[in-house]
Design a protein around this ligand. Structure first.
Ligand code: ATP
Length: 861
């Protein structure tokens, strides 16, 4: 009885498979009963490994302080504290803590979102229960369940193998060894280490070849993977090329700030400024020049991108993908299921001379791995659409597939393998004899047939394929020994062709057009025949007409010395997974950002290598999903296009935020520097600078994260991969706004003093100048590369809310007495506000005029 005999569960590898099954109280062919499964679920719980994250949280929190800019801020805090300015030191400490909290919350939310999205991608497994084979969620497995694994599956629990067919498993997640391990079902000595237990398949590893039947011996935390996860807390960093670039930027900036601060300090002392004032100036400079809101804003923009993509059925598995997607220049997509609906219908059956139409249909039923189900209105089949179509064709012709399988029981099988492009089965016949059937790509089957008019068959295939049909060939052979050893000897008899129709997805047609308009090249890479591929390429608008489509086949690629010349083709047919990888390499070497789809186990290397590896959520294998950056829940090409569009939106919003935030920092730094150089009173002091930076970053800057995508986002060319984040135009804009800020702040400050105002009133005016210019510039940043009036912008309600809150806060810091005390401000008159509004208007006009001039000039030249 289960549980009384623990050896089956702890050391199943040193027992024969039959003993393990007996001790787990289960039969290999029928599996557990529904009641028994229920009992065991209650006893063992679900098959899930909870993510451990204790140490990870602390490390993530600590990482928020690990930033050179924060060090500079902390140093500034210590200096102010040393001079006894408690309020200012408190504000600086507050800013540092607030930053850490925002960063931490954002990062954990981004992680949770990614984890939740990962759960949306179905993890299913094939299980035998009550004698019926079906798919269940992997989490529903219990010890004793009998499961069936095929190439591409992720192993759902720890399993003892019962029978194997050339079964190889990639165990790199457990052992780090990337060469697949060949498995066998025999018995092993008790002291065999985990890596050598070849009669076991461990949870989390991936089947790279063949198939197997196995029994579950451990689930959830009881598995080897569970044991490892308990030891290692999840600490994968959430970093993107952009955040890495920003980290470098932060390091450089802090060096510059410290350098300028030292010079300022020396100049201040030379000018006879008291030491305490010189320190205040240095602190003001440091806190002013540091863009405190930047790291938090970047993670917020990316996280919002992830959510927007998920809404459009694209699950991003790594945060960098959001950003990279926007820069995609080439999409290499497969055909079946992505561009087409993967709803196959047999439209033509063409029997060979001498063979009957019926035999061709019978071969389609017997040499077939679809699961049959008898419903009220006859037989239906579940499984690969190519195979179910063959069953449906036979049923329509009056055949009974259930009866056929009973009369001709299967004795052996070589499952379909996309590299071989064929499948073979052997069967017992009612009169005690045996027969074998082959089905697969026409060339592959013809190569194994004797006495056939190959030219006539190929001509017929060309005719069917030109109509976009997928053509399969069938042959009969006499089995002698195992199928695998026999399949390559050419003694089969050709029995006919079946051609099936798979309609293009309607949305794919629009999406391909949208990609082409967006300057993105779409290439089709398929395992199907060149003519079928060509016809579908035309039907989906990937090429304008079949006449000018460049189609290259895998065989042609193999004959080339350099793949480089062929990489311009639109369609690649009968391509092997290795050739996919080579194509990615060639395209990348030409400077392209490549998105590549894949669904098979052999596609994993190409998916990893591509800038964006895309796997299918519904039709693909676990292996492909594990290697991909993005999973399409609906397998639809249109989803790729949608994700690229969102990616472009995210990139725009990042640029908007950075372009908007930098002038304030430069402006503040320059105001302080100029004041010290000219020996003037500081127009703004550190607490005020921190106030400006924090309130505007949160209430103004972050609204950019919600900026809708610009109308023409998919009609402009992709961003060249080498182009920097801040283009020359943007740098010029930033300089202009910085200059307006410095001049306006100084003028307003001195006007207030000369009009009889106090220093506090003058500083308040300068603060209001800064904030109002930022509000005006925010509008210009909505349309970075064109004038605001020429741009067709969507609505951003949050922008107005943000501006409203910011204005209320400015009124508060100007007129509320407590705020006056805290921030060294004082109530000002209406004329002071006029200064702020005028400065804002000037900034707006200057930037918009610059955009206009620049656009004029760039269109003239
Ligand atoms: P893609 O999805 O990459 O656009 P595909 O689905 O047509 O292409 P594969 O599934 O690799 O590519 O199939 C390649 C060829 O193998 C097909 O053109 C067909 O001739 C043959 N084939 C496909 N499915 C089966 C099957 N179940 N049994 C036998 N042969 C098959």
């Amino acid at each position: 009885m289960l549980g009384t005999d623990t050896q089956a569960l702890t050391t199943p590898y040193c027992l024969p498979a039959a003993d393990v099954l007996a001790r787990l109280d289960v039969a290999s062919d029928t599996g557990l009963t529904a009641q028994e499964v229920e009992r065991r679920v209650r006893r063992y719980g679900p098959n899930v490994v909870p993510v451990q994250r204790g140490a990870g949280v602390l490390r993530m929190l600590a990482a928020q302080f690990h930033n050179p800019l924060i060090y500079v801020l902390l140093a500034a805090g210590v200096i102010t504290l040393a001079f006894g300015d408690l309020v200012e030191a408190g504000v600086i400490a507050g800013v540092v803590v607030l930053n850490a909290v925002i960063g931490f919350v954002q990062e954990s939310r981004a992680r949770q979102a990614l984890e939740a999205l990962a759960r949306m991608v179905p993890a299913e497994t094939v299980v035998v229960r009550d004698g019926v084979t079906s798919r269940v969620p992997a989490s529903a497995l219990v010890p004793g369940d009998v499961v069936v694994l095929t190439a591409g599956d992720r192993v759902p629990a720890d399993l003892r193998l019962i029978e194997v067919r050339t079964f190889e498993v990639d165990e790199s997640v457990l052992t780090g060894e990337s060469v697949p391990v060949v498995k066998a079902a025999g018995v092993l000595p008790a002291d065999t280490g985990v890596a050598d237990r070849v009669n076991m398949a461990h949870a989390g590893t991936v089947v790279s070849r063949g198939s197997a039947r196995a029994v579950v011996v451990a689930t959830g935390t009881g598995t080897e993977l569970g044991a490892i996860q308990r030891m290692v807390a999840d600490t994968a960093p959430v970093a993107t090329p952009l955040t890495r670039k920003l980290a470098v930027f932060a390091r450089r900036l802090s060096v510059v700030i410290v350098g300028v601060a030292v010079v300022t300090f020396v100049v201040a002392l030379l000018r006879g400024m008291p030491v305490a004032d010189a320190f205040t100036a240095v602190v003001a400079l440091a806190v002013g020049a540091i863009p405190e809101g930047l790291p938090a804003a970047v993670s917020i923009v990316l996280a919002i991108g992830v959510v927007r993509m998920a809404r459009r059925k694209a699950v991003v598995r790594h945060l960098p993908a959001v950003e990279t997607l926007g820069g995609t220049t080439v999409i290499c997509t497969d055909k079946t299921g992505t561009l087409t609906q993967n709803r196959m219908t047999v439209t033509t059956v063409w029997p060979a001379d001498g063979a009957g139409r019926m035999e061709c249909l019978v071969a389609g039923v017997l040499c077939n791995d679809a699961t049959l189900r008898r419903g009220d209105d006859g037989w239906t089949a579940d499984g690969d659409p190519t195979e179910t179509a063959l069953v449906t064709a036979a049923v329509s012709a009056g055949l009974d597939p259930g009866e056929l399988h009973e009369r001709f029981p299967r004795t052996d099988v070589l499952p379909f393998d996309p590299a071989r492009r064929l499948m073979a089965t052997t069967h017992r016949t009612p009169n005690g004899g045996c027969v074998g059937y082959l089905k697969g790509a026409v060339e592959e089957i013809l190569a194994r047939c004797a006495d056939v008019d190959a030219e006539a068959v190929l001509a017929r295939q060309a005719e069917l394929a030109a109509r976009g049909l997928r053509v399969l060939a069938f042959a009969r052979f006499h089995p002698s020994g195992a199928v695998a050893s026999q399949v390559d000897s050419p003694h089969a008899t050709f029995i006919g062709l079946q051609a099936m129709h798979d309609p293009p997805r309607e949305q794919a047609v629009c999406a391909v057009a949208a990609c082409r308009a967006a300057g993105i090249t779409v290439k089709m890479i398929t395992g199907d025949h060149a003519d079928t591929a060509r016809a579908i390429a035309e039907a989906t608008g990937l090429v304008d007409s079949t006449a000018d489509a460049t189609v290259v086949t895998g065989a042609e690629l193999a004959g080339l010395d350099r793949l480089d010349d062929a990489a311009d083709a639109d369609v690649f047919a009968r391509v092997s997974p290795e050739q996919k990888l080579d194509l990615v390499r060639v395209l990348q070497a030409r400077g392209h950002v490549v998105a590549m789809t894949g669904d098979g186990v052999n596609d994993a290397p190409a998916l990893r290598r591509a800038d964006i590896g895309i796997a299918m959520g519904a039709g693909g294998t676990d292996a492909a999903r594990g290697a991909a950056d993005m999973v399409l829940l609906d397998d639809d090409f249109a989803t790729i296009e949608a994700a690229v569009e969102e990616g472009r939106g995210v990139f725009d919003n990042l640029r908007r935020f950075i372009a908007w935030t930098v002038p304030t920092n430069i402006g503040e730094g320059m105001v302080i520097l100029a004041a010290v150089l000219f020996g003037a009173t500081l127009p703004i002091v550190p607490v005020q600078i921190l106030w400006i930076n924090m309130t505007t970053a949160v209430f103004l800057g972050l609204t950019m994260a919600f900026e809708p995508k610009a109308a023409g986002i998919m009609t402009r060319a992709p961003r060249p991969p080498e182009r920097p984040l801040l283009t020359r135009t943007l740098v010029r804009q930033i300089m202009l706004v910085s200059a307006v800020l410095v001049v306006a702040a100084f003028l307003a400050f001195h006007w207030e003093i000369s009009a009889g105002g106090t220093v506090e009133q003058a500083r308040t005016t300068a603060v209001n100048v800064f904030v109002c210019v930022q509000i005006a510039y925010l509008f210009s940043c909505r349309a970075l590369d064109r004038t605001l009036f020429g741009a067709r912008l969507g609505r951003n309600r949050l922008l107005w809310v943000g501006i409203g809150v910011t204005l209320v806060l400015q009124l508060a810091i100007t007129y509320v007495p407590v705020m006056n005390t805290l921030f060294g401000t004082a109530p000002t008159g209406p004329l002071a506000w006029l200064w702020a509004v005028a400065a804002a208007a000037v900034a707006f006009v200057v930037v918009e005029a610059d955009k206009l001039l620049w656009r004029r000039r760039s269109t003239v030249h």
